[in-house]
Design a protein around this ligand. Structure first.
Ligand SMILES: Nc1nc2c(ncn2[C@@H]2O[C@H](COP(=O)(O)OP(=O)(O)OP(=O)(O)O)[C@@H](O)[C@H]2O)c(=O)[nH]1
Length: 364
């Protein structure tokens, strides 16, 4: 792509835990020379997504805590776009990863409203968790509306549902997503061309894509974010593997999403454990501590109808209390049960080739 062309800005949306960061990291790994700028928006004061993506690329801007569509206005978005669209950054495409509770329509509207002449709206990619599809639609009827305005829908986690179920979900998504292409994926592994080609500004710019007029103003009202609380937890003392597992196994239905990194101290001094819970799905992904990274646990918990103070207190009780509180010999076994088999890649880690995008340092 030539730098004289406007840079497409793709909005990557999808409900909590559907696999947006996983897909983004796949794109960054397999972009083959396409230089991708990333904006990440975390819902929670610890920027887990930003940390998960940051190792992969230099051109990442974190939009911080909150729901982008509420926290940001078009002029602020413009100042971030200004940074990423500088010719010196040499980017070909910019991807905005929305928080799992963002209203994609608002983001699209903001991108369309941008007066940055070097950027152009590049389409909405909506990620769907095939295993959570019915439950998500039930709790969040606005899901249907999000599908209807998408340009590409990725029915992700195809590996988690039987073939027949996948067909049913795909058929339902296709019916709702009138204008969008629908593809299935496991671990977000879509052909990057699919996004970038769709994102590339074409003659008759944005043909087939949403225009301002397609976006109705009144739909921010039933924004799902209002129903959710977020709890951030940090501990400088290691977590007790068995007590943390008991906490996770006993989590309530309302506590829909947990993500972060866990320090199990002496139980595994070499690794930190990325943890992800999405509904009843739970995984730990051990990875060597990055050099210079302080040994600490950082978690973000997102749920509706949850008691934040009680969750915080319960997690505090999962910390190793002191030298006499030694985790019993096989206490890591419970954790290891949730470490994926070989072949199931980590959300942001190995499991694929190294990123081919070059580092593009961008100062914000
Ligand atoms: N089995 C399976 N797990 C997946 C797949 N895609 C993502 N995951 C896992 O689902 C969890 C959530 O994935 P993320 O990529 O962090 O989801 P997200 O949409 O960025 O999450 P939020 O930003 O919190 O909304 C992680 O444990 C991923 O490894 C998939 O296709 N199959």
């Amino acid at each position: 792509m030539s730098s004289a062309q406007p840079i497409p800005v793709v909005v990557l949306a999808g409900f909590l835990g559907s696999g947006k960061t996983t897909l983004l990291n796949h794109l960054l790994r397999s972009a083959r020379g396409t230089r991708i700028g990333v904006m990440v928006n975390d819902f929670g004061s610890i920027e887990i997504d930003a940390m998960t993506v940051a190792g992969q690329v230099g051109s990442t801007v974190s939009l911080g805590n909150g729901c982008l569509c509420c926290a940001l206005d078009a002029s602020e978005l413009d100042s971030y776009l200004e940074t990423l669209t500088r010719p010196s950054a040499g980017l070909d495409v910019i991807v905005i990863e929305a928080s799992g509770l963002a209203e994609p329509q608002e983001l699209v509207r903001m991108v369309l409203a941008s007066d940055n002449g070097r950027a152009v709206y590049g389409g909405l990619v909506q990620v769907v968790d095939a295993a959570e599809y019915d439950a998500t639609r039930q709790r969040h009827p606005e899901t249907d509306r999000h599908l209807a305005i998408a340009d590409l829908v990725v029915v992700n986690k195809a590996d988690r549902v039987p073939a027949e179920e996948l067909r049913r979900v795909r058929a339902s998504v296709t019916a709702l997503a009138g204008r969008a292409a629908v593809v299935e994926a496991a671990h977000g592994r879509v052909d990057p061309e699919l996004l970038f080609e769709r994102a590339a500004p074409r003659d008759g710019a944005g043909e087939g894509q949403l225009s301002f007029d397609d976006l109705r103003e009144d739909e921010h009202a039933d924004h799902p974010h209002a129903a959710y609380d977020t709890v951030s937890f940090t501990a400088d003392r290691p977590m007790h593997p068995r007590r943390l597992l008991d906490f996770l196994d006993g989590r309530s239905e309302g506590l829909y999403r947990i993500k972060g990194f866990v320090d199990f101290g002496a139980a595994d001094p070499a690794n930190r454990y990325a943890v992800h819970a999405v509904g009843r799905f739970l995984r730990f992904y051990p990875e060597p501590w990055p050099e210079g990274e302080p040994r600490r646990t950082q978690l973000v918990l997102i749920g509706s109808g949850v008691d934040g103070a009680a969750l915080g207190a319960a997690l505090e009780g999962c910390r190793v209390a002191g030298p006499e509180d030694v985790p019993e010999e096989h206490s890591m076994w419970g954790v290891l049960r949730y470490v994926p088999e070989k072949g199931e890649p980590e959300p942001g880690g190995p499991g694929g080739s190294e990123p081919e995008t070059s580092e593009v340092p961008v100062e914000v």
